[in-house]
Design a protein around this ligand. Structure first.
Ligand code: GLP
Length: 260
């Protein structure tokens, strides 16, 4: 696990965009794992900038969203399908047909979850997965005590998560109780995982993720088992890390060829 601490979300997003740019140059038809929430938005912003300015090419890229609310009407502005369409797909030269998400409106939820797993596998698996982290340590919508081996399935949100996400809805009561999410096992199968976290409200979750035991009470801690996990945090989100100086020292002295 590599932990990178920088002054703010903008330079962190730029690093994540560097890694995506390097991947696309190496593998133009790469499969990207896309996250909603606010933390990845500056990365999408930076990718849109590089697409327009440098011609970063998404024409062959495939994308798979991490998660989705259950039961929102099609086109609901807070649905993750819409967020990904607005923030990512529409700003790049990626074919909308190549961007997928779990179907939160499916009549047969277990079948839709299995179909989503099958589609990721058929695409060759995720090359680079972007992640945020919830204040309770969730990734995707894998709430505490999710199975560390879980695959895409339905979950019930913790009330704190519903409160945290209420800002994207008209009122807290409108936040669905149920969601579909890639499982922790699904996320672990991505070849490279980049998690972004900013702000003091994430400090405890980041500490548990990086330096706590691997335990389902902090679902993100499963990333300690991933062979290529990059944790990008600002100073506030890093403020509870015991080994912060070591992480800074490692990054400052990193061989230039290494990338993320
Ligand atoms: C939601 C999403 C997560 C995201 C989390 C944190 O619950 N399902 O994928 O990581 O919010 O969001 P934010 O980045 O807005 O703090």
């Amino acid at each position: 696990m590599e932990v990178v601490i920088l002054s703010g979300i903008t330079p962190l997003a730029s690093l994540a965009a560097d890694a995506i740019g390097a991947l696309l140059r190496r593998k133009p038809d790469a499969v990207l794992g896309l996250a909603a929430g606010s933390s990845p938005l500056p990365v999408y912003e930076e990718l849109a900038l590089r697409h327009g300015r440098d011609g970063l090419d998404f024409s062959q890229v495939r994308g798979f969203a991490l998660d989705e609310y259950v039961g929102l009407p099609p086109g609901h502005p807070a649905s993750y399908r819409e967020v990904i369409r607005r923030e990512f797909t529409e700003r790049l030269n990626i074919s909308p047909a190549n961007v997928h998400g779990p179907d939160g409106a499916a009549a047969d939820i277990p079948a839709a979850c299995q179909a989503y797993e099958d589609a990721i596998r058929a695409a060759g698996g995720v090359d680079l997965q972007l992640l945020g982290i919830g204040t309770d340590g969730h990734i995707g919508f894998n709430e505490p005590c999710s199975s560390l081996a879980s695959r895409t399935r339905i979950k019930t949100l913790v009330e704190q998560t519903r409160r945290d996400n209420a800002r994207f809805f008209g009122s807290p009561a409108e936040v669905p109780h149920h969601v579909l999410t890639q499982g922790l096992g699904t996320i672990l199968a991505a070849r490279h995982v980049i998690l972004l976290a900013a702000g003091a409200q994430k400090a405890r979750a980041v500490r548990d993720l990086v330096e706590g035991p691997v335990a389902a009470i902090c679902p993100a801690s499963v990333l300690q088992l991933h062979p290529h996990a990059t944790i990008l945090v600002d100073e506030a989100a890093a403020s509870s890390l015991r080994l912060a100086d070591y992480y800074r020292h490692s990054f400052d002295n990193k061989p230039a060829w290494q990338g993320l």
